[in-house]
Design a protein around this ligand. Structure first.
Ligand code: FE
Length: 353
């Protein structure tokens, strides 16, 4: 009697699982994305191993499965728009605050009121209304050729427009979001006119036409084609930690300096995340975000991906500490998104392609 009851019970249970999609084990969030409390669906522009490690740890701790779709931020934003209320996505992760501001402006994110997030993340690294939150910090800095340029010669970003750098600067194209965000910050800090003069001055000082990615700019300095490069901090870490000797040599050829905004600090950006407007697993999404800013997770980011923790009570890795102390600019990063269109226009006006 008891056995038959158990059999019936387990049959009913499996039927229930099949109906609700809890048993869904595919790697892609699909049609079943809206069901089941044991899942969180992430749309991510980040492609680093550290993230996967963290998701696995989150699953081990909570039992919540993390399903990730990776693509470029603009593609993910388009996808969210197309999917609308049917989107399986719970979280959007990008590698730039500007894209998160854009996602918010498109109405794709919802507000999250979390004391854990507010306490862990300094105010300048999150949306004032809680639509998105910074998870890691990177600075856009200047690296200089060892023995060729005295690091003390790099003072402000504005100084890069000085004619003394003529023919000496390597920097990528203006279509790149990191450059757009740097110019957006300069517009916020110095005004449009000064920012335009800056862009024209840097363009005039370029060692070559903009090409390649951040790593390629460092390689250009290592190869003697330029004396300094504008680059995100973690790329120096990635070069130094590379398996490829040529990449390590490029990293070793330069010294990291931290230029500042006039009257401010060094330009920073974040990788960050927001909970999507129609998140089917909202609670799990908030839980994952809170996990990602925990001290433990922040240490993983700091150690494995050469990024600065967003928390001020977690130390950066030894390598990053070795580059010295610096002060991040206090600008709220939502300004990077708000000034993005203007920055693109200014680049266009001065002819920085
Ligand atoms: Fe990057």
């Amino acid at each position: 009697m008891t056995d038959r009851f158990l059999l019936l019970f387990s049959l009913l249970l499996s039927l229930l699982v099949a109906l609700t999609g809890c048993g869904d084990t595919t790697g892609e969030p699909g049609a079943n994305g809206g069901e089941g409390a044991g899942t969180v669906n992430v749309y991510s522009h980040r492609h680093y191993e550290a993230d996967q490690q963290l998701f696995e740890r989150f699953t081990a701790e909570t039992g919540i499965e993390v399903k990730v779709v990776k693509a470029k931020a603009d593609q993910l934003i388009e996808r969210l728009k197309t999917e609308g209320a049917d989107s399986p996505a719970d979280i959007l992760i990008t590698a730039d605050a500007g894209r998160l501001v854009r996602a918010r402006a498109e109405g794709l994110l919802q507000t999250v009121d979390s004391a854990v997030l507010a306490e862990a993340i300094p105010a300048s690294y999150r949306d004032p209304e809680g639509h998105w939150f910074g998870l890691t910090v990177r600075a856009r800095v200047v690296v200089v050729a060892k023995d060729k340029v005295d690091p003390s010669e790099i003072g402000t970003y504005a100084g890069l427009a000085d004619p003394k750098w003529k023919g000496r600067i390597a920097v990528r194209s203006s279509s790149n979001i990191y450059n757009q965000s740097l110019l957006a910050a300069l517009i916020a800090n110095d005004g449009r006119e000064a920012a335009q003069a800056w862009a024209a001055g840097v363009l005039a000082n370029m060692a070559r036409d903009p090409k390649g990615n951040d790593r390629d700019q460092v390689k250009a300095v290592a190869a003697g084609e330029a004396d300094l490069a504008i680059v995100n901090t973690y790329y120096i870490g990635l070069l130094l930690g590379s398996d490829d000797a040529a990449q390590r040599e490029a990293g070793e050829a330069v010294v990291v300096t931290f230029p500042t905004m006039t009257g401010g600090g060094t330009h920073v950006n974040i990788s960050g995340a927001g909970v999507t407007k129609h998140a089917p697993h909202r609670d799990n999404a908030v839980r994952l975000l809170e996990f990602m800013v925990s001290q433990e997770a922040q240490k993983t980011f700091a150690e494995s991906n050469y990024e600065y923790p967003v928390r001020t009570d977690v130390e950066p890795s030894a390598l990053l500490k070795g580059w010295g102390d610096w002060t991040p600019d206090a600008l709220n990063l939502s300004q990077l998104g708000e000034n993005n269109a203007e920055a693109v226009k200014v680049f266009d006006e001065v002819g920085w392609r």
